[in-house]
Design a protein around this ligand. Structure first.
Ligand code: GYE
Length: 311
């Protein structure tokens, strides 16, 4: 009888964990998938997950974190919209002894004990993979690139920009001629691409668009078509995420290169939290997810893999 009651009480303990997740918003297909996977991963483990939508604003996220602290949750997950300005609220979480995990974006703090671990890809590498692909693809032909940046101040936008710029730095035939934020959304990506096309001889001066995420690339593809040009041919595309729509665009010959990013950021964070609850440690401070380049030949396989991934 006592063995049974011990077993039952440990189940009850696991089930009683509550995690507050301050999510960025719902700016992209990848983001929606991340939210949906987080729910599934919580359910699998019997964790109660409370999600707060920050609507792309840091002030909303900070409010949500404060409310999670007031509720006395067991852990807080934050997908930080921008990389600076987090010290005060993280200090409050630390004083309340609530462990904090960062999902998919990083932050800049002097004291990195303010969070336990961050689950993220190597975002510099993501940009680099697209840049390397472009260098190989164009050879020594001149190529003018336009860049659609992610949200201003977001770690992933800064890193992807750097990785791409590093990769093309030695290729003197490749130049970034315009670069602007499209805020990681389809509509902004389209709008900014339209203005690039207008400014660059109705798109004829543009050889490639590098978009910091797929949604902006899909918006750009739409803009290219509306300008009477062929995306994937007249203007090459490269982007990051691996949402189903980008593979569909590849299959239609309208997108060229993509780096996949798993939407399962919460799973590894829940596992790290479980370990922390058990022995007071996390596996590593940076829990890195894979980054891999996919081309149109891989698109059908990748598209098939996406079913059941929260998209
Ligand atoms: O690539 C983009 C999203 O932070 C990794 O944010 C994430 C990025 C992702 O809006 O689609």
């Amino acid at each position: 009888v006592s063995a049974i009651s011990v077993a039952m009480s440990s189940v009850a303990f696991a089930e009683s964990l509550t995690v507050g997740f301050s999510q960025v918003g719902s700016e992209s297909g990848w983001r929606a998938a991340e939210t949906s996977v987080a729910k599934t991963e919580a359910q699998k483990r019997g964790i109660t997950l409370k999600i707060a939508d920050g609507q792309q604003k840091q002030e909303n996220q900070i409010k949500a974190v404060r409310s999670f602290i007031a509720q006395g949750v067991d852990a807080i997950f934050i997908a930080p919209v921008v990389q600076t300005g987090w010290e005060p609220v993280l200090q409050e979480a630390k004083s309340a002894k609530i462990p904090v995990f960062l999902l998919d974006r990083a932050i800049k703090v002097k004291d990195d004990s303010l969070y336990l671990a961050v689950v993220t890809a190597d975002n510099v590498l993501e940009g680099q993979l697209i840049g390397d692909w472009l260098v190989k693809t164009v050879g020594d032909k001149p190529c003018n690139v336009v860049e659609l940046q992610g949200t201003v101040g977001a770690s992933v936008a800064i890193d992807r920009k750097k990785g791409f710029a590093d990769a093309i730095a030695k290729a003197h035939n490749i130049k970034i001629i315009r670069s602007q934020s499209g805020d990681f959304t389809r509509s902004k990506g389209k709008e900014v691409m339209e203005s690039f096309i207008k400014a660059e001889n109705n798109g004829k001066n543009i050889c490639m668009v590098f978009a910091h995420n797929d949604d902006m690339a899909i918006g750009a593809i739409q803009a290219i078509k509306e300008a009477g040009l062929k995306p994937g041919k007249d203007i090459l595309t490269g982007s990051i995420d691996g949402v189903p729509d980008i593979y569909k665009a590849m299959l239609a010959g309208e997108a060229n290169a993509n780096v996949e990013l798993t939407p399962n950021m919460a799973g590894p964070a829940f596992d790290a939290l479980a370990k922390y609850k058990k022995d007071g440690t996390v596996p590593t401070k940076i829990i890195k997810t894979q980054s891999k380049l996919f081309l149109p030949a891989d698109a059908q396989t990748e598209l098939d893999k996406k079913s059941g991934m929260g998209y």
